[in-house]
Design a protein around this ligand. Structure first.
Ligand SMILES: [Zn+2]
Length: 367
């Protein structure tokens, strides 16, 4: 059950475990902003604090913000949030709101600002009377959830840039998580952080969140939680080693995915090379390039015709960037013979393909 704490004459915050929501009173009406995580009686609680009629505005529809929505037949919400709301079991009628809309409480105007990204229909609410921005989950100093469906970091960055246009119109930010209040300067800091994540300038720490692996990017001012991208190559989950540039084999896979081509495919397989089977015939040259980068050893799984499928072992970190070409086939990665570049590159043709791929890779590495 949430605890109600008075902020000033006509404003309350409700602390509901790790989430909060607000009650704002005007002279004619009161507005509940969100209804918390474990507070189905949010409306009742609000009615205990004010005799005014109460409207509900949702900053967004994640489950920790809508627990008391059931007590309202209708409520204000961005229509872009409807999918997320219904997906979370939300009922009732959405009164759509959008950028620039005003909700008048009587001597207290609330202005809607669209800030999609955390969710498709996230909104912020400007309380002009107190020069406060109520930011939902998008601007806060806790950990901002950016993993799973409905999240979009590009949109998030755009939305926060949009918020900068309101700079000077609010002195404090009231967020639904983290500290309260936070200073408006955090908006610019969050943009910086999110851009760094997007451009892979920083690396996240893998943590377990409710049994799910996510990446935590912790900055001094806040954190971001992002989903782990799922790869299909063998060993991707533990391919955490980094080179001098801070890149992991997963990062190299992302780069190689765009440059593996027909002309770097082994000639005997080239006729079968396809865009949707890019790793075909690229194994030894890829594994030796990875060895150039990380050291360690290259091993080969014996295949028919006396050939070997090459993969990397860097001090026990085993990964095979080109395993997808074998589709569902289970490969045996133990007890394989070591492979040596002198032997493989004795074939001039292969050495040239190795150099070609390596040159292309150098060109796409962004440092
Ligand atoms: Zn939340």
């Amino acid at each position: 059950m949430a605890e109600a704490i008075r902020i000033n004459d006509d404003t309350w915050r409700f602390e509901d475990d790790s989430v909060r929501f607000f009650l704002l009173c005007g002279t004619n009406k009161a507005a509940l902003i969100d209804t918390g995580m474990n507070t189905p009686n949010a409306r009742e609680m609000a009615e205990g604090l004010t005799a005014l009629p109460i409207v509900l505005i949702n900053t967004h529809a994640d489950p920790d913000h809508i627990s008391g929505n059931g007590a309202f037949e209708e409520f204000y919400m961005s229509p872009a949030e409807e999918d997320n709301y219904r997906h979370n079991g939300g009922r009732g009628k959405i009164i759509p709101v959008k950028e620039g809309d005003e909700i008048e409480l009587g001597n207290r105007t609330l202005r809607i600002i669209d800030i999609p990204g955390h969710t498709p229909g996230s909104i912020a609410i400007m309380d002009e009377k107190y020069r406060v921005l109520i930011s939902g989950d998008s601007v806060e100093d806790g950990n901002i959830f950016m993993f799973g469906p409905y999240r979009n970091i590009d949109l998030y960055i755009e939305s926060l840039k949009h918020l900068l246009q309101y700079d000077g119109q609010f002195d404090e930010v009231y967020a639904m998580h983290g500290s309260i209040p936070v200073k408006p300067e955090i908006v610019g800091q969050l943009i910086e952080g999110a851009v760094q994540i997007k451009n892979k300038k920083v690396t996240g720490k893998r943590i377990d969140l409710w049994g799910k692996d996510v990446l935590l990017y912790k900055f001094p001012y806040a954190g971001f939680l992002l989903g782990m991208k799922e790869y299909k190559f063998y060993g991707w989950e533990s391919a955490d080693i980094k080179d001098g540039r801070g890149l992991t084999p997963r990062d190299y896979y992302d780069l190689l995915e765009n440059i593996w081509a027909e002309d770097t495919c082994a000639p005997r397989l080239r006729k079968d090379w396809r865009e949707d089977n890019k790793t075909l015939g690229q194994c030894s040259i890829t594994a030796f390039i990875m060895q150039d980068i990380y050291g360690g050893k290259v091993y080969g799984i014996p295949r028919s015709g006396g050939t070997f499928h090459c993969f990397n072992d860097v001090d026990g970190c085993v990964f095979d960037l080109t395993s997808e070409q074998f589709k569902g086939e289970k490969l045996e990665y133990t007890g394989c013979p070591e492979q040596f570049r002198e032997v493989h590159f004795a074939k001039e043709e292969k050495r040239l393909r190795y150099e070609l791929l390596k040159e292309r890779l150098e060109k796409v590495i962004v440092t």
